[in-house]
Each structure stands twice: as C-alpha cells, then as structure tokens.
Design a protein around this ligand. Structure first.
Ligand code: UFG
Length: 329
C-alpha cells in the first residue's frame, strides 16, 4: 500500500484530496498546523501530526516513523490580498516552508512530490485559454512564491533526484458530494462561498468588484473547477510519478470554460431558490478580467478529466455543505 504524506491535509483542497486518496486505497499521513485548517476536516483514518512544515525535527520524525513514498504538498498561506500587505509572511510560509520540507525529503530520501501551485503564477494574460507555456508574470507575492517553489523544485530534482508534478489550479470550488466536508476560510474571500452566505442569510448582499471589464457583461470571468476533480488530479499525479519513464512536469487544472461573476450569482439564485441582492463596487486590485485554463496537457499526460466541474454541479455541492453548515465547521 502506498504511504503518502499530505501537508495541509486539514485545509480545503487538502482534506478533499485526503478523502480521495484513502478511498483509492492509500495510507495517508497528514501534517497540519491547524492555523487555517480544521480538525473536523481530517478523515478519521489519517495518522495526524499537528505541527508546522517549518519544523524540521517534526518532519524528520514523520519520515522516520512512516514508510512514506510520496508527498502531496498543500500547506501554504493562500490569500492574494493578504500577500500584498504581508509579503514576508508569504515568502516564509510558502517558500521557506517548502525549502524545509524539501531539505527533509532529501535527507530522508523521499523522491516524489506533488505540489499545489496556482493560476496566480500567470498574472494578467491576453491569450485564452492559458497554456502551461504562457509567460509567468505573477501580480502578487502569493503568485511569486508559488512560482519560486516551482523553480526550486526544478533545481532540487537535478541535485537530489526528487521528481515532481506541479498542479496549477484555477478557481477551486464545490465540496464533497455528501456534504461531509467543504470550504471554510476565515476570512472568506472567494466568490461562490460568499454568494452562498447571502443565500444562507449570513450576509446581506454580494459585492461585485467591477462591472466595467472588457467581458460580455462587464464582470470578471473565471474558470471554476470542482474540488473533487482537483483531488482526483493529485491521485493521478501519484500514478504518473510511479511510471519511471514519465518526466517531472507542470499541469493546469481547469475546464476550458469561464463564467462571469454575474453568471455565478444567477446560477446560485436558480439552484438555491433564494434571491441574491447585489451591490456594485469598484474593481478589486490585481483582478485580471479573464482567467480560463487550457487543461489539454493534464488530459493527455495525467489522463485526467474534470468530470464534476459543471457550474451547476459545483454550486449544488457547495450549497449542500453551506446549507448544512452555515457557520462552517
Ligand atoms: N468577486 C466579487 N465579489 C466578491 C468576491 C469575488 O466580485 O465578494 C469576484 C472577483 O473580483 C473575481 C471573481 O469574483 O473576479 C473570483 O474571485 P475569487 O476571490 O473567488 O477568486 P480569484 O479569481 O481572485 O482567486 C483565485 C484563487 C486564488 C488564486 C487566484 C489567481 O482563489 O488562490 O485565483 O489569480 F491565486
């Protein structure tokens, strides 16, 4: 049985990936400092270590107490706005944290890692859908740290033989189909959970950040990808790494299709049957007008298809979670 270490396994995408890994027969060890993660999001079968990836003695202990073959690395800070105000926190949590993890992997001869990267590494792009070879010009410290880790991985493979897959997520959304786990950030800044908070009467209205973009209805377009499809891509990446002839590589994870902010709001009204008051505000700093992924490469090489990612399905599953857990975990 494959033994996998998942860093950040109590977080949003990390917990969904943990569920999927266990379902597919893997043994999962989780390390999470529970600063943004939730104990309740941990799968009951995981072996859990509470602590920080910057703690090398903890990581060395985890590697010596378990027979880990692969690491899936989620643990990070992930708020774009916060990263602009506090870049040092992002370089420390995301870059230095990963440096310590890689040092411990090299020391303990762990040779495989799947890294949680982001569309944020591309910044503003003119050509859609975005392919992996597009220019990488992050517009936030968050995106810069994700890109810096991608580069670090490249050099670590050469020096220590650590093979990697980096997965560049577009807009993660949705929840486990049965509503057992879901999205719970504090503070919440993502569109779909915020609109669902209005449907749930936790919020009076949704602020729309800009309706003067060069898009069909003036609001920003994003490529929403179901968190269960993201989880599946990590499992496929483990299989990919196990094939010795496969090379380390980076893959976009999205659907090739974008929806505007207003389309998301309308879909939420339709699915929840509740009316969503809207307030138009000015643009949010650093928001590109449109981000849509080309995921052809992931389809071809990882054999991955985003089969749960229709907008209705994403909102339906997110709503099951938010309806049952209006205050989160
Ligand atoms: N939006 C609103 N009102 C809100 C919240 C969001 O209008 O209250 C809009 C944003 O302006 C944006 C869209 O909804 O156009 C989506 O915003 P999110 O905050 O949900 O997601 P982002 O596209 O900003 O962020 C995502 C990921 C980040 C990643 C980034 C890359 O969540 O992790 O894409 O650009 F870094």
């Amino acid at each position: 049985m494959e033994e996998i270490l998942i860093t950040g396994g109590a977080g949003y995408i990390g917990s969904h990936t943990t569920y999927r890994a266990i379902e597919s027969g893997m043994k999962v060890i989780v390390v999470d400092n529970l600063i943004t993660g939730h104990k309740e999001a941990l799968h009951p079968y995981v072996k859990f270590y509470e602590g920080d990836i910057k703690d090398s003695s903890l990581l060395n202990r985890i590697f010596s107490e378990n027979k880990i073959s692969h690491v899936i690395h989620f643990a990070a800070s992930s708020l774009v706005g916060e990263s602009n105000n506090n870049p040092l926190k992002y370089y420390s949590d995301n870059l230095y944290g990963t440096q310590i993890l890689l040092e411990c992997m090299a020391k303990n001869k762990i040779k495989n890692i799947v890294f949680s990267s982001s569309a944020a590494i591309y910044g503003e792009q003119l050509i859609m859908p975005i392919k992996e070879e597009a220019a990488q010009v992050p517009s936030s410290p968050y995106g810069e740290t994700k890109l810096a880790v991608e580069k670090l991985l490249y050099w670590c493979e050469k020096a220590y033989g650590i093979k990697y897959v980096t997965l560049r997520y577009f807009n993660a959304a949705g929840a486990l189909e049965n509503g057992l786990i879901g999205e719970d950030h504090e503070p919440e800044s993502h569109l779909i959970p915020l609109v669902l908070n209005v449907a749930n009467d936790n919020k009076e209205y949704i602020s729309v950040f800009g309706n003067d973009y060069d898009t069909h209805d003036g609001t920003c377009i994003r490529d929403y990808i179901h968190v269960q499809d993201l989880a599946e891509a990590h499992i496929k990446s483990i299989f990919y790494l196990n094939e010795l002839t496969n090379k380390s590589d980076a893959f976009n994870l999205g659907t090739n299709k974008g929806y505007s902010v207003l389309e998301v709001i309308n879909a939420v009204q339709k699915i929840t049957g509740r009316s969503i008051p809207v307030k138009y505000l000015s643009r949010r700093d650093g928001d590109p007008a449109k981000l849509v992924a080309s995921s052809e490469k992931a389809k071809q090489y990882l054999n991955w298809i985003p089969k749960n990612s229709g907008l209705e399905r994403i909102i339906k599953d997110a709503w099951s979670w938010h309806f049952k857990n209006p205050k989160g975990y």
